[in-house]
Design a protein around this ligand. Structure first.
Ligand SMILES: Cc1ncc(COP(=O)(O)O)c(C=O)c1O
Length: 391
């Protein structure tokens, strides 16, 4: 009953309407998988109604289906497509605009091409808070395109879901009211211990795509008698009571206090972003959107010290040298036991990354890490210069 109450509460915050429902899952990946399983079965049911498909077996129908998602979306979309018998290639990666949001014009083009090739746009997966940049896709534009092609519209708000309790940034999630399904990870921006996630659907009837009655566990007679059994809605059977911690947090802190914590993390990221942007030794890949920062150490160096490692423009370390140096900084900092800094690639180049989701982190804490990265980078460069000179 606690889980059901929290699902209703979340669906209301996401403005999914009176027929909404959902279920807790083990995490964002499983929520995305379940969303795409429902979307796939819904699409297959539609295809089976068409006379042209009479007699076609399931694999032949699955071959026609395509999923559209941005180049910056989470890899669980590709993994889900593979597990759903469609293969990684069923996912069409739509380019992002320079601000890392899916480009609606590129989506329109990709969907038109797919349709003209006789294939079926099964789903559009928008991301509300991309893993690297925290970018929120233009939800209303993408929803309109999904609707035009009769495709399922899923929003992966695994990371950005916490915006629903933010008093300052809630508007970023306005488009969730247009979704067929939404993923929310309470173990990310609701600050819950792992795991605590949910999949929400606009139309509770869609959850029947994962229902299978078994006499030994969930007989249909019990469903007809309206005896609650969450297994009817879940792709898991035995499950942890992951709703309980969220329930307690909401009872003790209230939604506004959770939202305020996320606001603080976003504000801290903005401040750290300004520090990095003003620092000549670092390059920020993009201004922060939520609470992530993607940057790299790329100082100016004198040509005599590091012949060959200096770029022509402005005496900065060359792209190639920066590409070798930044992963080495990460590894050295990790080995020192002082900090764990993440990494990613932007346009094929190595970057460092931090995701700020510790409510107690301060600007000073992060400055210390920046100094550690600088010291480590400078030391590694000095070693290269010495080795280069002796060679
Ligand atoms: C946008 C997005 N979607 C999905 C996931 C997967 O979530 P989980 O690790 O809970 O499976 C992540 C995880 O970082 C994510 O950033």
């Amino acid at each position: 009953m606690i889980e059901r109450r929290l699902i209703d509460w979340t669906a209301e915050r996401l403005q999914l309407g009176a027929a909404a429902d959902g279920v807790f899952t083990s995490g964002g990946s499983q929520s995305n998988l379940q969303a795409l399983l429902i979307a796939r079965n819904h699409a297959v049911a539609g295809l089976r109604q068409e006379p042209a498909n009479t007699g076609l077996r399931l694999p032949a129908l699955l071959e026609k289906l395509r999923i559209f998602t941005s180049a910056d979306s989470h890899f669980s979309i590709q993994k889900s497509a593979s597990m759903l018998g469609m293969g990684f290639d069923a996912v069409i990666s739509v380019p992002c605009a320079p601000d890392h949001r899916m480009d609606p014009a590129a989506l329109a083009e990709a969907m038109a091409e797919t349709h003209d090739a006789g294939l079926v746009p099964m789903a559009v997966v928008a991301t509300a808070g991309t893993t690297d940049f925290g970018a929120v896709d233009p939800l209303a534009d993408l929803a309109a395109l999904a609707r035009a092609y009769g495709a399922w519209f899923h929003i992966d708000a695994a990371y950005g879901g916490g915006l629903m309790v933010s008093n300052r940034y809630r508007h970023l999630l306005d488009g969730t009211r247009l979704a067929d399904s939404v993923t929310v990870d309470f173990h990310k921006t609701f600050f819950q211990p792992v795991s605590s996630s949910a999949l929400l659907v606009r139309d509770r009837a869609m959850l029947q795509h994962v229902t299978y009655y078994a006499d030994y566990l969930n007989p249909e007679s019990a469903a007809l008698a309206e005896i609650p059994n969450q297994v009817d809605k879940s792709i898991q059977t035995t499950r942890r009571f992951d709703a309980l911690k969220l329930w307690l947090t909401l009872r003790i802190m209230g939604a506004d206090a959770i939202g305020a914590l996320f606001d603080e993390a976003i504000d801290l990221a903005t401040r750290v972003g300004s520090v990095l942007a003003a620092d000549d030794d670092f390059e920020l890949a993009a201004a922060p959107e939520l609470s992530t920062l993607v940057f790299r150490y790329r100082p100016r160096v004198s040509g005599s010290e590091l012949a060959g490692a200096v770029s022509d423009a402005g005496g900065r370390l060359s792209e190639e040298a920066a590409d070798a140096l930044n992963p080495a900084i990460r590894a050295a900092v990790f080995a020192s036991g002082q900090a764990v800094v993440a990494g990613t690639k932007v346009a094929g180049r190595h970057y460092l990354k931090v995701t700020l989701l510790n409510a107690e982190a301060t600007l000073e804490d992060i400055r210390e890490i920046i100094e550690l990265l600088r010291r480590t980078g400078a030391q590694l460069l000095a070693n290269t210069a010495t080795t280069g000179a002796s060679a």
